[in-house]
Design a protein around this ligand. Sequence first.
Ligand SMILES: *Cc1c(COP(=O)(O)O)cnc(C)c1O
Length: 492
Amino acid sequence: MNNRLYGNLIFELSKPGRKGYSLPKNAFGHTLDELPEGLKRKEDAQLPECDELTVVRHYTNLSHNNFGVNDGFYPLGSCTMKYNPIINEELAALKTFAGLHPLQPADTCQHALHLYYCLQNMLSELTGLKEFTLNPCAGAHGELTGLMVIRAYHMSRNDDKRTKVLIPDSAHGTNPASAAVCGLEVVEVKSRPDGTVDVEDLKILIAEWGNEVAAMMMTNPNTLGIFEHAIPEITKLVHDCGGLMYYDGANLNPMLGECRPGDMGFDVMHINLHKTFSTPHGGGGPGSGPVGVREGLEAFLPTPRIVVRDDHYEVETGNYEQALGSIGAFFGNFSVMVKAFVYILSLGKENVKMVGPLATLNATYIKESLKDVYELPIEGLCKHEFVFDGLKDKSTGVTTMDVAKRLLDYGYHAPTIYFPLLFHESLMIEPTENESKETLDGFIAVMRKIAEEAKNDPEMVKTAPHDTPIGRVDDVLAAKSPVLTFKQMKSI
Ligand SMILES: *Cc1c(COP(=O)(O)O)cnc(C)c1O
């Protein structure tokens, strides 16, 4: 490890005069003089000067500092860090897909339109909703699109007072953010001690605001990994007051093939292909947040739409008077759709049904194996994820942050911490269905070891991580005064 140039920037490795390239002189027969004066540099660009091997080592070492699902266990709650099978990447990289241009005439890309159309229909079948658009590029983008559909629906009925959205206090932060971006007002619904929506509180809110409610947004299972059993009652309450039901399907994983939001009475939903359907995410990579609607709301979905007539696919933007119009560039992130399509087909109808139960079994196994040393605030069944409220023994002063940092020393990605906001020391664990029993046992053993360390050597846990390229950072400083630029040193 020591001979790696950790912490160095490529600029710091620069030596005046070093070269990592050789180009033929004036290969194209043009000279600088042909460039207009205004386009020429006044002084040389400040570029690093390095030999090729130094550059290769630098970036290879940097890539080793990264951590992904392919490196190790990544139990990041609410994020479904699922393995992305290699076959997904191979097929998405085929030239016939990767080489497409979004402005290509429909006649020349029937195969891609066919895939898009089939994926829409598969999602409809999996969720029980009538029609999907694949255009939104993330979960939050899907939420915004779905809420815009809901708003357009109310406006089409001249019901313009409906500006409130009911959102449980356990919801993912994107829910209130999307509502606000859509120009709607958030009304928070309380949770009961068992973590589910407080139906009595909902009744009070509906009695007060009923005819102003545009929608209620729900996540099921919710962000505590708990199935919301009162859905039929909640759906009826919201529908009776004229509102629509929105399903945040980012965490659809445990429901896949088991039960369908459409059958539960939801009107609009989004799905994260980059969670449930295995396409990779993190680091701001491309995502996809398809939005589905029940029968009667199709007219409001965005354009462009892909339609089929006499076995021929066409792209349509006109002819949809009530449609939202375009909500992003072209059709969304197509390569992500190819990967999700391959994932669904390679599982097949039967195996898709195994995803939810296996994800639930894995989460339950970890929860039951650790609940004697970590505080489990809500007993009972969990689905694909669950939340601890820090270590059981609070006398050590070791916090959830310390446990998360210590896990890095053992080669694990930390779980989600301090979310949901319902507990002080939230530690949210989601293993996904692909993990073997050996992987889960390894993680459980390490979590128990950290609990022991917290008792015997709390200072060591509180100062973790010790074995990573960078030690504990000051989160507050990093968030409040981030240093995002590199000040070039004189010597270069
Ligand atoms: C991840 C997630 C989202 C947001 O999805 P992005 O693609 O990150 O925008 C919304 N709701 C829930 C419950 C989530 O887990």
